[in-house]
Design a protein around this ligand. Structure first.
Ligand SMILES: [Zn+2]
Ligand SMILES: [Zn+2]
Length: 597
């Protein structure tokens, strides 16, 4: 257990701190205000501490407040919406002269999850996760727990400041009184049984990570009063995943929330726009207070909506490029994006292991009724509700169902293009859907924007970087439905003059390579239960295999001209990878994402 990095307040961050009117701090146990806090302990003494203190600032902590706290010897170890921060001090410190509304230690009764105290534990032992404040050394944490009557359990995926334990409610009450303990909540069955899980340390705020004791953030402005439209942009994608497939998984996660709440996600034009979720894979320092340290178990972190976090950072989702990213298997991008998108919408962590917003979640987890209740509490239910399926009746002829959204790229005609030009023009057609259609493009190498027109759309000039540019075109309609197509454009250096003396001998077989001719697109949507694949491979290839991220695999028939007549598909996203091998065992691969409706 390493000492966790403490967040230094830098000059750049001071300028970015948001200010707002403060209400109560929403803890899991209750809404906390100066009036509801025992007066004898609140801001009566001229100095406070030592230990961990919750401090609420009128209008949020200013940059000067944070700098002054740091100068007086306090570390910021956590934060809460509505102006709350948690600080740690190893000696009594004065809060005089700061815009502090009130302060005091977190009370023991506010550190035990309501699910534990009301859960009918009958005093019998329950499996729990004990969260310590992030500046507490694990040696000290274990020493404290040994002094109480708890049985410590192991799990490889625990966060650095978490301990898994069995304890009775009286023992938990004793533990909660320790200043070093931040919160205690129920352990999931996956934790108890040692199953692999993905972990999140919490939503980020500029001053510190949101503690597990905090109930919820606030939604984006306009939440609860009509549909809230959010934009997303892909600022930097992972080198470990096919760009179009990874983008499609992240968009699928956004749409899962949008289906269940009065929010819409549309592709935006720039990472610095307001109400924009900028998605970035990053390593090490990447422009905020939370570098992804080498070897860190952190998968990702996401900032809360404005004004809890300042624009343009608000809502941004950062994914740790150092992790072993996959589509459909661990570490599964869709599952992580689904959890993090909840934070981008303003949701905090729950204590309920059945929700995706519990800090530990597993591959294949979807939104549960608890998650949907949480997001609807902020935004309301979706405006456009799909009518329930009932006994078929003859539909009124005046109200035809909207045709399915359809998007085609007509020019360039091929999905894989090579050019020496610095830009390319693309155009195509769009139809179906509800209301106005919008077409936007983005390039995996950077750049994005709207297309001109909709039914017949065009982009005059997409700038190209050297190498492979995956250009994603997304069509969306007024109901929030979307369709996408992508093309790969390889930009090469201008051709050099031909070599005057060509080699006379046959060159040795190069590394294997293959193409997938059918399906022609890298993202395909179908309602069929199987799909056929075919393509070509270079002369040295001796065998080809295929595998589907949803489980099946097999061999292709043929080599130079190969095919697979029927790959089984599960409903949802199937990432199908075809691998070609040569006689020496070297391999190459291509993948297609097939979404079965
Ligand atoms: Zn989280
Ligand atoms: Zn970050």
């Amino acid at each position: 257990m390493q000492h966790r990095a403490i967040h230094l307040i830098t000059a750049a961050w001071m300028a970015a701190l948001a200010s707002f009117a403060s209400g109560p701090i929403h803890l899991k146990t209750r809404d906390l205000t100066a009036a509801s806090y025992p007066a004898a302990e609140a801001l009566q003494a001229p100095s406070q501490g030592p230990g961990h203190l919750l401090v609420q600032f009128a209008g949020g902590p200013s940059a000067n407040d944070l700098r002054e706290l740091q100068r007086r010897g306090a570390l910021v170890v956590g934060s809460a919406p509505d102006g709350g921060i948690t600080i740690s001090a190893d000696r009594p410190i004065s809060l005089a002269g700061l815009a502090v509304e009130w302060s005091g230690p977190l009370l023991a009764e506010d550190k035990i999850s309501p699910l534990l105290s009301q859960g009918g534990a009958n005093g019998g032992p329950a499996a729990v996760v004990i969260e310590f404040h992030p500046d507490v050394h694990m040696r000290r944490a274990l020493q404290l727990l040994r002094s109480a009557n708890v049985q410590i359990l192991r799990h490889p995926d625990l966060l650095p400041n978490h301990v898994l334990a069995n304890a009775t409610l009286p023992a938990l009450t004793q533990i909660a009184a320790f200043d070093e303990v931040a919160y205690i909540f129920p352990a999931s069955n996956d934790l108890i049984q040692g199953n692999h899980v993905m972990a999140c340390s919490g939503a980020e705020m500029t001053a510190g990570t949101v503690g597990q004791y905090v109930l919820v953030g606030n939604g984006w402005s306009g939440a609860g009063a009509g549909v809230v439209q959010l934009e997303y942009v892909f600022a930097q994608m992972s080198a470990k995943l096919p760009v179009a497939g990874a983008q499609s998984e992240i968009v699928r996660a956004f749409q899962e929330w949008a289906k269940n709440a009065n929010v819409q996600f549309v592709l935006g034009a720039g990472a610095t726009g307001n109400q924009t979720v900028s998605v970035m894979f990053a390593e090490g320092l990447h422009g905020d207070n939370y570098p992804f340290e080498p070897g860190s178990p952190v998968l990702a972190h996401t900032f809360f909506p404005s004004p809890t976090d300042p624009e343009p950072l608000a809502g941004d989702m950062h994914l740790n490029e150092d992790q072993d990213w996959h589509i459909g298997t661990d570490i599964d991008l869709y599952t992580v994006a689904l959890h993090e998108a909840g934070h981008a919408l303003g949701l905090g962590h729950t204590d309920d292991p059945n929700t995706i917003m519990y800090p530990y979640y597993r591959l294949g987890a979807g939104l549960s009724s608890g998650d949907i209740a949480g997001v609807q509490a902020l935004y309301g239910s979706p405006d456009t509700v799909t009518p329930p399926v009932t006994t078929p009746v003859t539909p009124p002829p005046s109200l035809p169902a909207p045709a399915a959204l359809s998007l085609a790229i007509a020019n360039p005609i091929s999905t894989s293009v090579t050019t020496t030009a610095a830009s390319i023009s693309i155009s195509g057609t769009a139809s179906g859907g509800t209301g106005n259609l919008q077409v936007v493009w983005s390039n995996s190498q950077g750049g994005s924007g709207p297309a001109a027109g909709s039914a017949n759309w065009s982009v005059a000039s997409v700038p190209l970087a050297m190498g492979v540019n995956t250009i994603l075109v997304v069509l969306s309609d007024a109901a929030g439905d979307s369709a996408s197509q992508s093309i790969a454009v390889t930009r090469q250096a201008a051709a050099t003059p031909p070599v005057t003396t060509p080699p006379v001998t046959t060159p040795p077989a190069g590394p294997p390579s293959l193409t997938i001719a059918s399906p022609a697109m890298t993202i395909v949507s179908t309602s069929a239960s199987t799909i056929a694949f075919s393509g070509t491979a270079t002369a040295g290839v001796t065998s080809l295999t295929w595998s589907n991220s949803t489980g099946a695999s097999g061999n292709a028939t043929g080599t130079a001209q190969w095919n697979v007549p029927a790959i089984p598909l599960l409903v949802g996203t199937n990432t199908i990878t075809v691998k070609a091998y040569n006689a020496s065992g070297a391999s190459a691969w291509r993948a297609v994402t097939v979404v079965r409706q």
